[in-house]
Design a protein around this ligand. Structure first.
Ligand code: CTP
Length: 399
């Protein structure tokens, strides 16, 4: 996604500056070229040599440093950048950027930036962050087209708890991908993805579920969003956070997921069903907790079939809509997946075997076979992110 992209990072004084070291490394691994500008106070928290080393480029600290590659770095660096990320952005940097103050290298570069998108990621104590003056400054920046990355909540270095933490490097990387990443070959397309494990209640305390973590669905949603699609993620129980930039619709049972998908189906261009949906649900849900009183040594629960969401979409599908399902099998992978492709009137089934190493629940990788009515493609062991892009490539070719 970020291969060959020019990423300019401005770091101001915050204890969270250390997270940018990891980001710089991730960017390098992604093939991006990164240049870093640091304020004087940023250098109190982390040494510029860290970024010299991780980016392979000399960190710029002072516009008047005669060793700078360019004598006017504050003009040339924003011109060079495909995206300018200000992270961590202190209250001071935000105040200066919002009010046109340009009294050092970084703030001068911010005011000189005119052609690249600017992401600003505030990081500070919760009370500083909630101070109305800070919020007014952020609002001013939003109005001027800056994208504000909402800080995370949690324990802060000063001991307080609240909003103000710099997001983790992986999340910042994702934001960069969204801004300047992939070819926007899904721009204008609406994509709905289901993910996670449905939960079928037996009583107010217990439910029937499965091992799905939602990683594959989350990866697909992230990949589609990065490629410019308008993504709706219909999420059952997920162990991973949904990606940024997608609309999340939370559902519990298979029936709730059915309703959520069918309500939105007509307007979608692509629907991908990565959720592990219960095939059966308890015939009745006990209104109170089921007690074990009496001496019975066993308990029988009667189950009834749930509605098949993929098959219902297959019935309703109009020309031009693309429907992709998943099949996880323990035996006869291809035969079973081909039968599902036909039975559910899907355009593609991504089949994976629970018996294959690197495939299955909770892993970050998958080994998929993509089946369409007239083709079969075996993908190698890939990360779920990579596999998602391969699926989207195939879908796009057939849309
Ligand atoms: N699926 C669905 N609704 C259901 C059950 C499954 O939409 N009630 C979807 C899944 O999201 C997946 C595909 O159908 O994309 C295949 O799911 P799977 O459980 O492998 O297939 P089943 O049709 O349930 O067949 P079986 O349980 O016999 O393997």
């Amino acid at each position: 996604m970020l291969k060959g992209k020019h990423i300019l990072i401005g770091i101001s004084g915050s204890i969270s500056a250390f997270k940018i070291a990891h980001l710089a490394s991730l960017l390098k691994q992604a093939g991006a070229e990164t240049r870093v500008i640091m304020t004087r106070n940023a250098c109190r928290f982390i040494d510029p040599i860290v970024f010299d080393t991780l980016t392979g480029n000399r960190t710029v600290l002072d516009d008047f440093d005669r060793n700078n590659v360019s004598p006017v770095s504050h003009i040339d660096l924003p011109k060079w950048a495909d995206v300018f990320l200000l992270a961590p952005a202190s209250a001071d940097l935000i105040g200066k950027a919002a009010n046109g103050i340009a009294d050092d290298m970084l703030t001068s570069a911010v005011i000189a930036a005119y052609s690249c998108p600017i992401l600003i990621s505030p990081a500070m104590n919760v009370h500083m962050y909630e101070n109305p003056v800070l919020q007014e400054n952020l609002e001013k920046l939003r109005k001027r087209g800056f994208t504000v990355v909402e800080p995370a909540s949690g324990f802060e270095a000063c001991g307080d708890t609240g909003r103000g933490r710099l997001p983790e490097a992986e999340e910042l990387l994702e934001r960069l991908e969204l801004v300047c990443g992939a070819a926007h070959d899904f721009a204008g397309k609406k994509v709905l993805i289901t993910a996670g494990a449905t939960q079928e209640p037996l009583d107010p305390v217990r439910f029937l579920t499965n091992h799905s973590t939602g990683k594959m669905g989350a990866a697909l949603a992230r990949a589609a969003a990065v490629r410019g699609a308008r993504v709706t993620l219909v999420a059952a129980d997920m162990r991973v956070a949904p990606p940024l930039g997608v609309t999340v619709v939370r559902t519990g049972t298979a029936e709730e997921m059915f309703e959520a998908v069918m309500e939105r189906f007509d307007e979608q261009d692509v629907v991908i069903m990565a959720a592990a949906v219960a095939d059966f649900t308890p015939e009745t849900t006990a209104p109170e907790k089921i007690k074990k009183d009496g001496s019975s040594a066993s308990l029988a629960v009667r189950l009834k079939r749930t509605r098949d969401i993929l098959a219902s979409c297959g019935e309703k599908k109009r020309p031009g809509q693309f429907l992709c399902g998943f099949a996880m099998e323990t035996e006869n992978l291809i035969e079973n997946a081909e039968a599902k492709l036909r039975r559910k009137n899907a355009d593609m089934i991504a089949a994976n075997s629970l018996r294959k190493e690197g495939a299955g629940f909770g892993t970050d990788t998958n080994v998929l076979t993509l089946l369409t009515p007239d083709s079969r493609e075996e993908l190698p062991l890939l990360t779920k992110d990579e596999a998602s892009h391969r699926i989207l490539d195939r879908i796009l070719a057939r849309l």
